[in-house]
Design a binder for this molecule. Structure first.
Ligand code: HPA
Length: 249
């Protein structure tokens, strides 16, 4: 039965769902990654597609879904909950962007979010008296990491540089808590974004798997130039390769 936020029928989603934030990105991904892509939900313009993996290789032809998450912990929390609860989805892989924090992490690099710090009350409410440790699925993280290392060893483009570690998931895009950025940098947090801690917590609630593979699109502590449209696309394709490795791990 369709849910309040997803108009798909039972069975419309594949076991693995790739989740960019932006619905237009979800549509472009579906057009390039999937064969026989069909729109399965469009409530609020949050587009979701299911098809079969087009890419030649051992997983070609396997079912795969791509659906947008919207922005922020609340939005991704709603979609992830409904996908796990009502559509028997097993794995969600967020393919998003993040702002770099660690000075070693450059614009265009990829980040595999092993864990996600957050000050959001959403996760604080889950375990009374305990700070929630939002963590990635190890099988998917290991598959993404293995491919990243193989690409680095093969001398792929600099965009293939990949970091694995902690990110911070913030509720605010524009408001900065004084002193927080410096503290995050001192604790070697790689990047900031707005969804991962919620996705990982919902996956924990349902005993399912989640991973975020992020492209660093801007930087908070380095003067890196903005990415060109071409760089953006190349970096995104790099993150997508890791996400696909995770989806079929
Ligand atoms: N902050 C939060 N989320 C983001 C950023 C940022 O700087 N860049 C991309 N997603």
């Amino acid at each position: 039965m369709p849910t309040p936020h997803i108009s798909a029928q039972p069975g419309d989603f594949a076991p693995a769902v790739l989740m960019p934030g932006d619905p237009k990105r979800a549509q472009r991904m579906a057009e390039t990654v999937l064969d026989q892509a069909r729109l399965v939900t469009d409530v609020r313009g949050t587009l979701g597609f299911t098809g079969r993996l087009a890419q030649a290789g051992p997983h070609q032809g396997q079912p795969l879904s791509i659906m947008a998450s919207g922005m922020g912990m609340a939005s991704i929390g709603i979609y992830a909950t409904e996908l796990f609860r009502f559509y028997d989805v097993e794995r969600i892989i967020r393919v998003g962007t993040a702002g770099g924090i660690s000075p070693q992490v450059e614009v265009g690099h990829r980040v595999i979010a092993v864990g996600a710090h957050s000050a959001s009350s959403m996760n604080e409410l889950r375990l009374p008296g305990v700070h929630f440790a939002a963590s990635a699925d190890l099988t998917m993280a290991a598959a993404a990491w293995a491919l990243a290392r193989a690409e680095e060893a093969a001398g792929a483009e600099p965009e293939a540089v990949t970091w694995a570690g902690a990110v911070v998931t913030n509720d605010h895009f524009y408001f900065a808590v004084p002193g927080q950025l410096e503290a995050l940098e001192r604790h070697h947090v790689l990047a900031v974004e707005m969804e991962t801690a919620s996705l990982y917590a919902v996956a924990a609630e349902f005993g399912r798997a989640a991973l975020s593979v992020l492209t660093v699109s801007d930087h908070l502590t380095r003067p890196d130039p903005q990415m060109s449209a071409d760089q953006r696309e190349t970096s995104f394709q790099g993150a997508l390769r890791l996400a696909l490795a995770a989806a079929f791990a």
